[in-house]
Write a protein that binds this ligand. Structure first.
Ligand SMILES: Cc1cc2nc3c(=O)[nH]c(=O)nc-3n(C[C@H](O)[C@H](O)[C@H](O)COP(=O)(O)OP(=O)(O)OC[C@H]3O[C@@H](n4cnc5c(N)ncnc54)[C@H](O)[C@@H]3O)c2cc1C
Ligand SMILES: NC(=O)c1ccc[n+]([C@@H]2O[C@H](COP(=O)([O-])OP(=O)(O)OC[C@H]3O[C@@H](n4cnc5c(N)ncnc54)[C@H](O)[C@@H]3O)[C@@H](O)[C@H]2O)c1
Length: 440
């Protein structure tokens, strides 16, 4: 049996960052990752980085094979760099096995034939096992060929002429953009009456119009009842009729990876199968923490990174940092152009009892659009008319994925909207639009 100060299960963003920091403090660290293709975790291997590389390359009008080759190169380089970064550290041992709990203190490592190869104990254990695609239990889903999840679709050898996407969340909309850029005809099967129903109405219409301009079709209010094969092609049976494509992408959410023999521990799960944690990310066993997607809630790389800060502060700092004080969480849906969001929309702010003012500017009225040669999009902000504080922003347009972070800072620091309105900005930039956007 090997003893460590900290044992990290899963090579995710929080875990790898904690490993490096704690090792620098002189701790002995074990990191366990079940799959050598996943050193560095979901984001760099099968998530953010490959998908954003595909988006970038396809937006530059590169061919399908150029786009896929570049993605492969980027992922291979990052996987290797992530492995070496931990493996070369004298205080870190990286184990490429599947971890399973034996009890609250002990973790066994299994090889591919499920044989125990090592037993580890540590003062603290951090579970950072992420999540995986939710595969709904629909008739024919296993027997029908050419049905992929987000990982599988990024490994295709040939561009599907017609792609049918099930779901209308982040993954659906981002991959619809990528594959329509590459030349596929895309149809999105959406179980809701409308796409982007929780977004600002004007912004959602603007995005919808952009999707229609690209020839993307929405089949709204449709439930998938079965899959079958017709002449080698997958057929999607829905309550709004049948659709045939060359490939189907399942973008129906993600479920936590908790195949860890947790029944041997006192760790409890929540309603959605996530590991239950308190605001310091401790599970129901005090010395075992859960970080990143496996604990449920917002699923972003920067949340996993912030979880690292919380656990580090709890174990080696002032114990002040918690999920309760991480501030507003922005997000970007990487469409072309992107949608960047934070806080309330106007209708949500009103429902919450705020007396509001709204600012709005179309991208075609921002001088930078001429340089970018792109007039698509709309920026909107909501402020509290009584306090002058910013309540939210919906920025659909080029470079919004960068400038949303500016608004987060202002919101977290209680900077009134008038400061952003009156600030000097460099020119020509998209962010200089704040002089007008906040001129409410
Ligand atoms: C297609 C896609 C696009 C995305 N795009 C973005 C984006 O643009 N921006 C963004 O912020 N987020 C994005 N996300 C979400 C983001 O990837 C995750 O929120 C982020 O990677 C969090 O990961 P994590 O720290 O929870 O662990 P992960 O990075 O998921 O790592 C968990 C690791 O644990 C390993 N593991 C699991 N079980 C065991 C076990 N029993 N033993 C040993 N190892 C195990 C897994 O193999 C995996 O490598 C995207 C996700 C997907 C799927
Ligand atoms: N840009 C980013 O930051 C980014 C990009 C991609 C993914 N992610 C993360 O990954 C997570 C997973 O993304 P996602 O798009 O899979 O999930 P999601 O929760 O955003 O969307 C899931 C979609 O699937 C639909 N759905 C579920 N079951 C269905 C069924 N049986 N039939 C038809 N539709 C069904 C839902 O109505 C919803 O539209 C996101 O929550 C996000 O945090 C982030």
């Amino acid at each position: 049996m090997k003893q460590y100060d900290t044992l990290i299960i899963g090579f995710g963003k929080a875990g790898k960052t904690l490993a490096k920091d704690f090792a620098a403090q002189g701790q002995q660290i074990a990191v366990v990752e079940q799959d050598s293709n996943m050193y560095g975790g979901t984001c760099i291997n099968v998530g953010c980085i490959p998908s954003k590389t595909l988006l970038h390359e396809s937006t530059e009008q590169n061919s399908f094979s150029e786009t896929m080759t570049r993605k492969k190169d980027v992922v291979a380089a990052l996987n290797k760099k992530n492995f070496n970064n931990l493996d070369s550290d004298d205080n870190i041992d990286v184990y490429t096995y599947k971890a399973q709990f034996k009890d609250n203190e002990t973790v066994i490592l299994l090889d591919e034939s499920n044989e125990t190869v090592e037993t580890l104990q540590a003062k603290n254990i951090v579970i950072n096992t992420g999540n995986r695609s939710n595969i709904p239990d629909i008739e024919g889903i296993k027997s029908t060929e050419n049905i992929y999840d987000s990982k599988g679709i990024m490994e295709l050898d040939n561009l599907p002429e017609q792609l049918v996407i099930i779901g209308a969340g982040y993954i659906a909309l981002e991959f619809a953009t990528i594959f329509s850029n590459l030349g596929s005809k895309v149809k999105i099967v959406n179980s809701q009456k409308h796409v982007l129903i929780t977004e600002d109405r004007d912004v959602a219409s603007s995005i919808y119009e952009e999707f229609l301009n690209r020839g993307i079709e929405f089949i709204d209010d449709a439930e998938v009842t079965a899959f079958s094969t017709e002449g080698n092609r997958p057929k999607v049976h829905t309550t709004q009729g049948d659709i045939i494509g060359d490939a189907v992408l399942l973008a129906t959410g993600r479920v936590p990876n908790t195949d860890l023999a947790l029944e041997n521990t006192d760790i409890q799960l929540g309603d959605k199968g996530e590991i239950k944690v308190n605001e310091f990310l401790q599970t129901t066993v005090d010395h075992i923490y859960a970080v990143g997607d496996v604990k449920g809630g917002a699923q972003f790389t920067y949340i996993s990174l912030d979880d690292y800060r919380i656990v580090k502060d709890h174990l080696t700092g002032s114990q002040q940092r918690s999920t309760k004080n991480r501030g507003h969480v922005p997000y970007t849906v990487f469409l072309d152009p992107p949608l960047a969001r934070i806080g309330f929309t106007a209708s949500k702010a009103k429902k919450e009892g705020h007396h509001i003012k709204e600012g709005k500017i179309e991208v075609k009225n921002i001088p930078r659009h001429k340089v970018n040669h792109d007039d698509r999009g709309l920026f909107k902000v909501v402020v509290d008319a009584d306090s002058d504080l910013i309540l939210g922003a919906s920025l659909f347009g080029k470079e919004s994925e960068e400038i949303i972070n500016f608004i987060k800072l202002a919101m977290d620091q209680d900077i009134p909207y008038t400061t952003l309105r009156d600030n000097i900005y460099t020119h020509p930039t998209m962010v200089e639009s704040f002089n007008d956007l906040f001129n409410i």
